[in-house]
Design a protein around this ligand. Structure first.
Ligand code: 23J
Ligand code: MN
Length: 263
């Protein structure tokens, strides 16, 4: 049965019956990174420096060194990223169960709400309304919030920093608690710079998408794009972070497999 399924999948991929959608932002020096207020330490943005390009330093080869924080651009949040997940033995980028790097995705479209309200918060009520239309979120699924925030290509508008902190949509604490406790999700993914809402520092608990998800050994995905190309259900995500020893996360390529037809 499983063998047959995999053979069918392989055939469908080769025949382009399964589309691959890239949910990854381009990684470059202008890629926005999270801005924390003092006294908290900042993360390094992406930087690249040339080693050689078919020249004296390497006549037949081109390569670069690059540097960035683990949480730069489209990236994976591992459970040990947050203090609530610090003791999870399978919670770092090198110890996470690779079986969890492939999982179905549920996409909750709140883009219209976010266009009207930059501080829109996803609630359990809204998730239940989505389930009424699309079915129950299955255990072990990614839940992705489509906000269309990735269409803000100006980094200042993407970060949307105001005097009282970032005005960026996200989940409220009850929504995160619901996804963890009632739906046992694989993780939570967003288009914004971080998985939490811009005002989540003042939530109870603070930063619930980090505190509750990671404390329950769930993952995060931030700075996703092209969520508008995904169906509400039926996509399969491939999201595998770099195997950094003891890493708290990593930039990664996030791919969604989407069926091109009903067969
Ligand atoms: C460090 C501190 C606070 C936050 C974050 C990182 C992130 O959003 C992240 O990239 O995980 S809120
Ligand atoms: Mn992160």
């Amino acid at each position: 049965m499983a063998k047959d399924t995999l053979a069918k999948l392989a055939k469908a991929i080769v025949k382009h019956k399964i589309k691959v959608i890239d949910l990854t932002q381009r990684l470059q020096p202008s890629t926005p990174v999270i801005q924390l207020p003092p006294p908290f330490a900042p993360t390094k943005p992406f930087e690249s420096s040339l080693i050689s390009r078919y020249d004296d330093k390497g006549p037949a080869w081109y390569w670069n060194n690059f540097a960035c924080g683990e949480h730069t651009g489209t990236h994976f949040d591992a459970p040990v990223h947050w203090v609530t997940g610090k003791d999870l033995e399978d919670g770092a980028t090198d110890t996470v169960d690779p079986q969890r790097f492939i999982a179905p995705a549920c996409v909750i479209d709140v883009s219209k709400d976010c266009a009207k309200d930059e501080k829109f918060l996803l609630t359990p009520k809204r998730i239940l309304a989505w389930e009424k239309e699309h079915g129950k979120i299955p255990k072990g699924a990614w839940v992705l919030m489509r906000s269309d925030w990735s269409k803000r290509t100006d980094p200042a508008l993407f970060l949307n920093m105001k005097e009282d902190g970032p005005h960026v949509p996200g989940p409220n604490a009850d929504a995160v608690r619901f996804l963890v406790e009632e739906r046992d999700v694989n993780g939570w993914g967003v288009e914004a710079v971080g998985t939490d809402a811009g005002q989540a520092f003042s939530f109870e608990p603070a930063f619930p998408a980090h505190a509750l998800m990671h404390g329950a050994n769930k993952f995060g995905l931030a700075s996703l794009c092209n969520l508008d190309q995904l169906p509400a259900t039926g996509a399969v995500l491939i999201a595998a972070p770099l195997k950094i020893a003891g890493g708290s996360g990593s930039p990664l390529r996030v791919l969604a497999l989407v069926s091109d037809s009903d067969d």
